[in-house]
Write a protein that binds this ligand. Structure first.
Ligand code: 48F
Length: 261
């Protein structure tokens, strides 16, 4: 390279990004939130051959997994979820107590991100899902905006992404489902018909329930991960992550079956 033209650098980035954005205006599945549940759902859905886009509010995907427990960057996984990590190339270490395994939270998240994108999932980071597309009967996509525009409080209209299915994997916040309910007063497929709100720490119950609670809570709208327990009123569980991974996988499998019908 004899010289370096800054405008070529700019043009390359702009062209590549807009190509990606245009290519994702219609997707099979839009995933709100790139935490462990959203990322593993993306991995499985993309491997099944579906077109998947993940919208993550923060600059980095990873959600609550990066920080392990109180920033001690290890996670604990129970035996039932070990095969999921092995599938993506992480070999969790058996702990001295039977049934408990540990893994580095940073390595787990970076590997999961690599595997999901290798499988074909597309990540849009620093983008917030601020609303859903709703025709009165079914959720049909997401409404996105730059997180920075929101933080700055700028009055900027968002853009729309059409999706056959949307997964709220926004964690404890249940941010997207909350918006659907608040704006439209819809009745959810939960015991209360509403978002029950998460309960305090009870790991055993939380881990079982997060998988049980994963599913379609409104036509076109799924919950996975901590958002599922928040929707159904399940418990939180702290830095044990097997349930999050199994929940994301379950959401992917249900949606795959629906898309294959
Ligand atoms: O919080 P998060 O990691 O959710 P998760 O996948 O996993 C929960 C665990 O991390 C932990 C736990 C384990 O026992 O309880 O908390 O259910 O990831 C949620 C992601 O969603 C993003 C947020 O920045 C985070 O990375 N997010 C939240 N609201 C929005 C969003 C939004 N409106 N649009 C886009 N991303």
């Amino acid at each position: 390279m004899k010289s370096l033209d800054d405008t070529i650098v700019s043009r390359a980035i702009i062209e590549k990004f807009f190509e990606r954005l245009k290519n994702n205006l219609r997707v099979d599945v839009a995933i709100c939130g790139g935490g462990p549940a959203g990322m593993i759902a993306a991995y499985y859905l993309a491997n099944f051959g579906h077109k998947v886009a993940i919208f993550e509010r923060k600059l980095s995907v990873g959600g609550g997994m990066w920080g392990g427990g109180m920033m001690f960057n290890f996670i604990v996984i129970q035996e039932g979820a070990v095969p999921l990590l092995q599938e993506i190339g992480i070999e969790p270490e058996a702990y001295s107590e039977e049934g408990y395994f540990t893994a580095c939270s940073v390595r787990t998240m970076t590997t999961l991100t690599a595997k999901a994108t290798e499988a074909g999932a597309t990540i849009f980071n620093a983008m917030t899902v601020e609303d859903v597309v709703w025709d009165g009967e079914k959720v049909g996509g997401v409404v996105v905006n730059w997180s920075a525009a929101q933080v700055a409080g700028l009055h900027i209209d968002p853009l729309t992404i059409n999706a056959k299915y949307v997964i709220d994997a926004t964690g404890h916040e249940t941010d997207v489902l909350k918006t659907l309910v608040r704006k439209n007063g819809v009745k959810l497929n939960t015991p209360t018909g509403n978002i029950a709100g998460e309960q305090s720490m009870f790991a055993l119950s939380g881990e079982t329930d997060v998988v049980k609670n994963t599913g379609e809570v409104y036509p076109g709208m799924f919950v996975a991960g901590m958002a599922a327990n928040a929707a159904f009123g399940g418990h939180r569980m702290g830095p044990i992550f097997g349930g999050m991974l199994l929940s994301g996988k379950k959401a992917a499998e249900i949606i795959h079956n629906l898309l294959s019908e």
